[in-house]
Design a binder for this molecule. Structure first.
Ligand code: SAH
Ligand code: SF4
Length: 400
């Protein structure tokens, strides 16, 4: 078996607890309006002597109409727009600065966070966001403008940090290290920028969100959950169509277990290995929080009716894709006692990464073995591999 050994003295566990810039969202007195909820916007308006119902007009403008300039919010009086501008207020929604298109329809975006806003802790940053129409885009008949676009499986994959500290050995994002946390507005703003680009109308069109882009959401917990609340309460998206993936940050899973079920996303755990020995080699975080501690924490999550926990499992050729591994995974999943499924992901290659993808028939056998053990298992189709948009390939590659 081919295992890549991570040196014990490597510093990769240290940054998990380190304070990083960008932990706090900027306060009410300055910073972008995008990212503030209705109550916070009402606070901004109160400073200008304006009634709180004006906050609803701003919510409508920035979260539903996707307006990006205060001067364009025509429901506000000219006088108020001027007052806000005079105070240096901006909407400051993240902007798509570059788009790469895959042959399969997937689009990968470079997104500039907090454009033009020097007050964001840690300064402006670029992250990546991915749109996966999954073949349904363009199916909508004659394309008349008022026709409902029902992409069904269209999915937006969003980043929670610039880079990542977790250092999974198979992941390209890890090569960036952790540069900074994103604020709630920067996380939610990536999604709104993509909704805007594709003319998605929430309430009319259906989209799914996955917090599976760059970074470990549970190491930026407060901003991640604030973004979820914003997306649910102000943008109007359903938490039942959102999934957050964690590499197994136990304190984060414990906090997540205490969130009210009606505003939290579904949970996916990056299991990726059949046992602690292999997992610790490919995911150093396992030395801090081994599989049993992750499973104990997951068992505290109160599931909604029909909800299942997803275990993600990256198939690394020759490393995690052996038939006996499938049996071990089945035992682990059964031990959770929870309704669960396994998403198998064939490893996506990247420069400086020294693994191989499994053979397609090996992935199929792995899936069959799990199914035979009574564990629902699916092979996730790689999307946008040709433009470095697939799982684990997000490293702000600009030459694709
Ligand atoms: N940081 C979080 C979420 C983002 S990664 C996490 O790790 O869970 C999303 C998924 O992509 C994870 O399940 C991760 O294990 C997987 N992944 C990372 N690198 C990959 C690669 N090169 N090929 C396939 N999947 C990969
Ligand atoms: Fe970070 Fe997830 Fe990549 Fe691991 S797989 S390095 S946790 S982004």
């Amino acid at each position: 078996m081919m295992l890549r050994v991570v040196p014990e003295d490597s510093d990769q566990l240290v940054p998990l607890d380190r304070a990083v810039p960008g932990n706090e969202s900027p306060g009410l007195l300055s910073g972008p309006l995008f990212g503030l909820d209705a109550a916070a916007l009402a606070g901004v308006l109160a400073e200008e002597g304006e009634p709180s119902w004006r906050a609803d007009q701003i919510v409508e403008a920035i979260y539903h109409q996707y307006i990006r300039e205060i001067s364009s919010i025509t429901t506000l009086s000219l006088d108020l727009r001027r007052k806000l501008a005079a105070r240096g207020r901006q909407i400051g929604r993240p902007e798509i600065t570059k788009a790469f298109q895959s042959a399969d329809g997937t689009e990968r975006y470079l997104v500039q966070c907090s454009p033009g806003d020097p007050t964001t802790p840690g300064g402006p940053a670029t992250v990546e966001t991915v749109w996966m129409p999954d073949g349904d885009d363009g199916e909508a008949g004659d394309g008349s403008s008022d026709e409902t676009k029902d992409w069904r499986r269209a999915t937006i994959c969003v980043s929670s940090q610039v880079g990542c500290a977790v250092n999974c050995q198979f992941c390209l994002t890890a090569k960036l290290g952790l540069q900074r946390n994103l604020t709630a507005g920067e996380i939610a703003g990536q999604i709104v920028a993509v909704l805007d680009r594709h003319g998605v109308r929430v309430g009319r069109d259906r989209v799914n969100l996955v917090f599976m882009g760059m970074g470990e959401p549970f190491l930026n917990y407060d901003n991640f959950m604030a973004a979820v609340r914003l997306l649910v309460h102000e943008v109007g998206l359903s938490p039942q169509r959102m999934t957050v993936s964690t590499s197994g940050v136990v304190p984060g899973i414990e906090r997540f277990a205490n969130e009210p079920p009606d505003i939290r996303p579904k949970l996916a755990i990056s299991l990726n290995a059949p046992n602690d020995e292999i997992r610790a080699e490919i995911m150093p975080i396992n030395r801090k929080w081994p599989i049993s501690s992750v499973i104990d924490a997951v068992r505290r999550v109160r599931l909604r009716p029909h909800e299942r926990i997803t275990f993600e499992y990256v198939l690394l050729g020759g490393v995690t894709d052996w038939p006996e591994h499938a049996l071990e995974v089945a035992r682990l999943v059964r031990r959770t006692g929870l309704p669960a499924k396994v998403n198998l992901i064939a490893w996506n290659p990247g420069p400086q990464l020294h693994y191989t993808s499994p053979k397609p028939e090996t992935a199929e056998q792995f899936q069959k073995a799990l199914t035979a053990e009574g564990i629902p298992a699916y092979i996730r189709q790689p999307r946008g591999r040709d433009i470095f948009a697939a799982c684990g390939q997000l490293k702000r590659t600009v030459e694709a």
